[in-house]
Design a protein around this ligand. Sequence first.
Ligand code: 6GU
Length: 261
Amino acid sequence: ATMDIDIVSVFPDYFEVLNLSLLGKAQHKGLVQVEAHDLRNWTHDVHHSVDDTPVGGGAGMVMKPEVWAECLDDLLHLAPVEDASTLEKPETPNEETVLIFPNPSAPLFTQADATELAGKKHLVFGCGRYEGYDARIPEYYRLQGVDVREYSIGDYVLNGGEVAVSAMIEAITRLMPGFMGNHESIVEESYTGENALLEHYQYTKPATWRGLAVPEVLLSGDHGKVDRFRRDEALAKTTRIRPDLIEALDCHALDKKDRKE
Ligand code: 6GU
C-alpha cells in the first residue's frame, strides 16, 4: 500500500527536511509521495494575501476561507458548492482520504491516531499560520463528506502548523508496512498496545563506564528475570513521570506480579 501526502503551507520550503533520512528513503522506494504546496499559488490578488482581520475584533490575522478552498478543492478533486448550508453532513465520510489541520486548540494527536492514519491512501495537511484559520474551512469540507481532523501535538504554542505537521507525518509514515526494517522495535515501543507504559531504560556495552554499572540482572542471561526487571522499571518510571498513563491503564493490562504491592 502506498500513500500520497499533500501539504499546504505559506512556507513550503520548510518541508525540504522530509526528503532526508528514512522518509526520504521511503519516498525513493515509492512507499510515500510527499508534495508541499505554496498556498499563495491559489491567490489571485497582486499581494497574494491569505489572511484578514478577525471578525468581532481582536489581535492578529485569520486565514481567509476563499484561498484555502480553491487550493483544497484542487487537492481533494471537489467541485465548489455555492451554498454549503443546504448540504447534509454524510453519515460516513470518505474512508481513503483525511484532511488534517494542525491546531493548538484541538484534541491531542496520539499514537493511536498515527496508527489509524498509517492505513490511509491520501492525507492532506493544511498548515495555518498567524492566529489561525476561518472555522468554516473544516466545517465546509465536513459537509462535503471529507474526513476532517484537527490535532494539537502538545500543550505549548508554536508559530504555525509546520513543525506539528512534520511531527505527525513522521509518526504516521514510520508505521507503514515496509517503512522500517525492524518491526519488533515498533511493537515494543512506548504508547503502543493496550498496555501503554513508557519504555524501560536501555543500556549497551561496556558493562561499566566511568564507574557506572549496567544493572546486574541484564547481564544474567535469564530472559524471565530480564523481562520482569524491565517491566518493573517501566511501571516505576511511568508512575513517577507520567502518572496520567497509569491512571488510563486498563487494569487487565497489569499482570499478577504487577499487582503485588
Ligand atoms: Cl498543531 N499548531 C500550533 N501552531 N501550535 C501547536 C500545535 C499545533 N500543537 C501544539 N502547539
